[in-house]
Structure formats: structure tokens, C-alpha cells
Design a protein around this ligand. Structure first.
Ligand code: 5GP
Length: 181
């Protein structure tokens, strides 16, 4: 598997700061609760939250949906729940990448069932091709059509998470083999 750079650390930093500015403006006078979807969100979440200029609370939730494959199983199970009381709170759910949207819509339902007053969604990457749920992404960093991306928290079978840039994984085409056969 070959990896090609898609978004550099500099591009990510710039976009994250823009998002932080936008969210800080929209939530003036409100103390929102940011709920990060583990584990892929860690670097995005920590960069975003340090760039936010308003008081905020943070918490995390973890859902299992992918295992080691590149396909969504559609079965979503909460493996780590939120601990902050969300009743009457203004919640922003922060995710790494939205693909089918099934995970995120499930999480939004969970947050709603905990009594949140408002819920918005922020995702670093909006991958649009396979969207099956009609979830609205209020804040997004990058939009891509398709591809499997890694780095900046995103993994493939737990690999590549700690890379500072974002890459797309590609099957390596061996030209010699193609020409030779
Ligand atoms: P969805 O439920 O939207 O289909 O899947 C969302 C989750 O699948 C993401 O939070 C992420 O864990 C995983 N996922 C979807 N697309 C990608 C991708 O391109 N790269 C990586 N590393 N994970 C992905």
C-alpha cells in the first residue's frame, strides 16, 4: 500500500484555526460542551480546542464501527460514554471523518437522548461519496469525494495515526509487472 500526501500539516493548521474562529464567533456568550469521538479525533480535537477563544468544556465518547477493515459494518456500539451532564447544554460533536454518516448520526441521537439543548456537528473531513444518512455537518475542515485517508489521528488497522500530515492510501501500481505481462 502506497500513501500520497493529501493535506499538509500547514494546510491542516490553517483550516483548524479558521474553524476555531468560526465556532468561537458562533458561540459567543455560550459555554459549549465539545464531545470528541475517539480515537481518530485526538489531534484535531486538541488543536481545535486550543485555538477556541471562548470558555468551553470537553468530553469524549467512543463508538466501535469499523474494526480493522475499510468498510463500515453499520453496527455501532458505544464503548466509552460521555461523563459530563449534557442536560440543557449546547453540544458540539467533533469527529475525524464522516463517511456513510451512520456513526455520527448514532452519536447525535445519543447526545440528544441525554437532554442536550442544541447539537452541532464538526468534522475534520467530510467524505461525501458513500453518505447514506442525511446528517448535516455544520463545520467541516476538508471535503473529499472518496479515498481512504490516514494520519493526523486517522489510522488503518492502528497504523499511521501519529503522522502529522494527512495521506490517502493507494494500491501501488507496479509498472514493470503491468508492462511485462
Ligand atoms: P461512517 O459511520 O461515517 O461510515 O464512518 C465513520 C468512521 O469510519 C470514522 O470516524 C472513521 O473511524 C472511519 N473512517 C471512515 N472513512 C475513513 C477513512 O478514510 N480513513 C480512516 N482512517 N477512517 C475512516
Amino acid at each position: 500500500m502506497h500513501r500520497r500526501i493529501l493535506f499538509s500539516k500547514e494546510q491542516i493548521d490553517k483550516r483548524v484555526n479558521e474553524l476555531a474562529l468560526e465556532i468561537s464567533r458562533d458561540y459567543q456568550g455560550v459555554e459549549p460542551v465539545f464531545v470528541g469521538l475517539l480515537k481518530g479525533v485526538i489531534f484535531f480535537f486538541s488543536d481545535l480546542l486550543r485555538a477556541i477563544s471562548i470558555p468551553a468544556r470537553i468530553d469524549f465518547i467512543r463508538a466501535e464501527s469499523y474494526g480493522n477493515s475499510m468498510e463500515s459494518s453499520g453496527n455501532i456500539r458505544i464503548t466509552k460514554d460521555v461523563e459530563v451532564d449534557l442536560r440543557s447544554k449546547h453540544v458540539i460533536v467533533v469527529d475525524d471523518i464522516v463517511d456513510t454518516g451512520l456513526t455520527l448520526s448514532h452519536i447525535v441521537d445519543v447526545v440528544r437522548s441525554r437532554g442536550a439543548e442544541t447539537i452541532k456537528v464538526c468534522a475534520l473531513i467530510d467524505k461525501m461519496e458513500r453518505r447514506t444518512s442525511n446528517i448535516n455537518i455544520d463545520y467541516w475542515g476538508f471535503r473529499i469525494e472518496k479515498g481512504f485517508v490516514v494520519g493526523y489521528g486517522l489510522d488503518y488497522a492502528e497504523k499511521f495515526r501519529c503522522l502529522p500530515d494527512i495521506y490517502v492510501l493507494e494500491e501501488k501500481v507496479n509498472n514493470d509487472t503491468v508492462k511485462g505481462d
